[in-house]
Design a protein around this ligand. Sequence first.
Ligand SMILES: [Zn+2]
Length: 243
Amino acid sequence: MTIKLYWENAYEIAFSAKIIKIKENGIVLDKTLFYPESGNQLSDKGYLEINTFKFEIEKVFKENNEILHHISSDFQDKINIGDSVKGEIDWEYRYGLMKAHSSQHIFSAVLKNNYNIDTIRANINFEEFFLQMSQKLDYEQLKGVLHEVNTICTLKNLTIKPKIITHELAEKRAKEIRSKIPDESQVRLIEIENLDLVCCGGTHVQTTTEIGSSFIIEFKKGNKIRFYVGNKALSIEASINID
Ligand SMILES: [Zn+2]
């Protein structure tokens, strides 16, 4: 079982590990900072240095409950089980995913708290997220929600904390938790101070003002919405301001 270093500290960039399995399409390590694509968040990118070789990592995913670092170049005759590995994730890319994921939680929480609207689908991409709601919102409601989300992400500096608790304890707190509780013995929660508590295995920023303002780039059928955050949002805001 791989130790999930990305859960211990989402802000670490480099790590050392050992190879515990070599498969046809990649390798499994004893620990990793690479978040594997799962739930609704894309995986990290970066590289792994093994012996004298440097392998680009473009995709990491879960396969039979293992975290597989996919390697597309020839690697099998260059490495062995037990070899030491030095890894580094692409921080700019990861931070863009963290901002998008935390921002999505805030948007979903405001929708739930103000209108009792559930998020039925969410996809987290680099500085971008998509969300599908259980009911339609009109433009005035959407304006209000966006204003509140942007206030939280630019003026109110709320803390965001991950927490791992037992399934039993999570069931006891089910009414406070804005999601289904997964059928696992340990449940990971993401808590945004005085706003939200939800089960989530993703990587998140520590405070809401790290996110900055969000920008809506698509609003379809009243219930599907796509946002930019970070530099993608800033670029659009700057060009609209000048145009
Ligand atoms: Zn999440």
